[in-house]
Design a protein around this ligand. Sequence first.
Ligand SMILES: Cc1ncc(COP(=O)(O)O)c(C=O)c1O
Ligand SMILES: N[C@@H](CCCC[NH3+])C(=O)O
Length: 436
Amino acid sequence: MNPQISSNQINQEGHLTIGGVDTIELAQEFGTPLVVYDVAQIRSQIRAFKKVFEEEKVKYAVSYASKAFSAVAMYQICEQEGAHTDVVSAGELATAIRANYPMNFVSFHGNNKSAAELEMAVDHHVGKIILDNFYEIELLSQILEEKDSQINVMLRITPGISAHTHEYDQTGQIDSKFGFDLESGQADQALQEVLANPRMNVLGLHAHIGSQIFELNGFQMAAQKLVEVAAHWRDQFGYTSQVINVGGGFGIKYTEQDQPLKPEEFVRAIIKEIKNSCEKVDLPVPEIDIEPGRSIVGPAGYNLYKVGSQKTVPGLLSYITVDGGMGDNIRPALYQAEYETVSANDPQKEITQEVRIAGKYCESGDILAQNQALPDVKPGDILAMLDTGAYGYSMASNYNRNARPAVVFVENGQAKEVIRRESLADLIHLDESYVD
Ligand SMILES: Cc1ncc(COP(=O)(O)O)c(C=O)c1O
Ligand SMILES: N[C@@H](CCCC[NH3+])C(=O)O
């Protein structure tokens, strides 16, 4: 059996269960493709990230990067677990507002926030705006002036660190589109501008080096760099940072090749590095913020698909086609991301074939898995793709005018649909007739 499945996930019928609920029943009740989250696992990941901060008694925020999966229900779980959250669009913010999520726990990110988005953030008094560029400083200062308002800000710097991950998942290297450059003095200039603005309360600085990172090294270097900049800002401008945010990007296990560290190990190393670096330059240890997205929701998510057609090209390969694909999970097509898939009907069944799992979209690149070991399956069987909880539903599209799937939260043997499946009416409700 796939080692990612535990024996207590198999019920008497031999079916895969999630959160104590039979996946075959979930597929029958809610239809497929279906995104299922094991809520207990989301909670335990958040708690694991918080644990070492609590033990070490440092001020901190574990801020869930909600781009990984944004939904009313998810912000509600974050609030219950005392997690902060970061948003990158009016849509994510509106979702958090709908969830009654506490706005002082929200950080607003983005390299091109619109005036409307900044206005919304100011009107709702979000906890922190992470400033990314000079245009944004100008825009925000005009908005604060017009609204006679004030807000907490942080400055995102580009630390000049290239993380070991997919090129599309790197964000901290010197030529990144995100943040203020250090070498050229742009970050210093940005600090002077915001310090001169009495409507902006500058809390500190932020860096994010990328996503799906396994080594501690990149985080330690980012932490060092941030403290270095904080010391320089104190010496040069008499400004002391209260908050240092080292971003997110903690890697998870998708396949056997991935050997991620535990959240506790990442956090312990980050705290240690910041404490040591602060001691060297005689700075008080600031509040330490982190922004995990993938690692909070990724491992908790499963995509259930129904098997349809099968095709064998003799002597070459076999395809199994499912009722979803790149519209509900673009990651294999976009980043050559790999996942593991099991038969939900019988995860213990003997493996008999290596297959390519194809989606139903009209693209040759719509392949969910290139080479998956599976037992014999027949049309109507359910496949469960593992670890799909991050950047799956949140990057979903309506390509080929396919509906986006439903999302179900399961916990303690109960299932609750938290995002309804799109209907055909949903798909065409924005269309207007051109010809009368
Ligand atoms: C600023 C920022 N913070 C946090 C994250 C979350 O990253 P991850 O989901 O890899 O933890 C991202 C995405 O890479 C990001 O851009
Ligand atoms: N969407 C990317 C992660 C993006 C992180 C955002 N900065 C992925 O699925 O791997």
